[in-house]
Design a protein around this ligand. Structure first.
Ligand SMILES: [Fe+2]
Length: 190
């Protein structure tokens, strides 16, 4: 087991990005890296695990210098949730602590309708999104009395990517960029 799972992940994900650009092969080979990363949580710095009473937080853990991928910790306060949103790139979501509900959506006749059952994702679970396999979902903390944390890997610098939130009734899209909740990054090199 690595002394620093985050550093190990960054190194292996950089190697993977050097040799693969095909999305399905990236999913296949990044999934075991994500599984190893979320197998324990002691590597996540306190600063990147802090909830906020008003909004869920997204802390950048690493961004590839060529912006081929980024890694983020999502910290959900009790009962917090996203709007219906897309990513416009591929993403892998691994649950670290607590649990979250994920509801996928698809457009039907100009409105966004839930697809299948809402999924419960518990620690160790990994979910995937992308424009090719289904990119629109709504995520919420499954707990209303505790923090939940998931680790997200995206195919780009997710905080700066142009994305959309959707109104479920009108189907109307609104542009957004998520940014990041902190201007500092974990030091994996000390
Ligand atoms: Fe999402």
């Amino acid at each position: 087991m690595s002394a620093n799972p985050l550093k190990e992940f960054v190194v292996e994900m950089t190697r993977l990005s050097d040799r693969e650009s095909d999305e399905s092969r990236l999913f296949e080979q990044a999934t075991p890296l994500m599984a190893a990363l979320i197998a324990r949580s002691d590597w996540l710095p306190e600063a990147c695990a802090q909830p906020d009473p008003r909004f869920y937080r997204q802390y950048l853990l690493h961004c590839d210098p060529l912006q081929r991928f980024s890694l983020v910790s999502f910290v959900w306060g009790p009962g917090q949730q996203t709007p219906i949103h897309d990513h416009t790139t591929w993403g892998l979501i691994g649950v670290l602590e607590g649990a979250e509900h994920s509801q996928k959506y698809a457009e039907e006749g100009g409105v966004w309708r839930p697809q299948r059952e809402e999924e419960l994702l518990e620690p160790g679970a990994i979910d995937a999104v992308s424009p090719t396999i289904g990119d629109v979902h709504k995520v919420r903390n499954a707990w209303d009395n505790r923090t939940s944390i998931s680790i997200h890997l995206y195919g780009g610098n997710i905080g700066q990517i142009d994305r959309h939130v959707f109104d479920p009734q009108s189907g109307r899209a609104k542009d957004f960029r998520s940014g990041y909740s902190l201007d500092t990054l974990p030091n994996i090199w000390s």
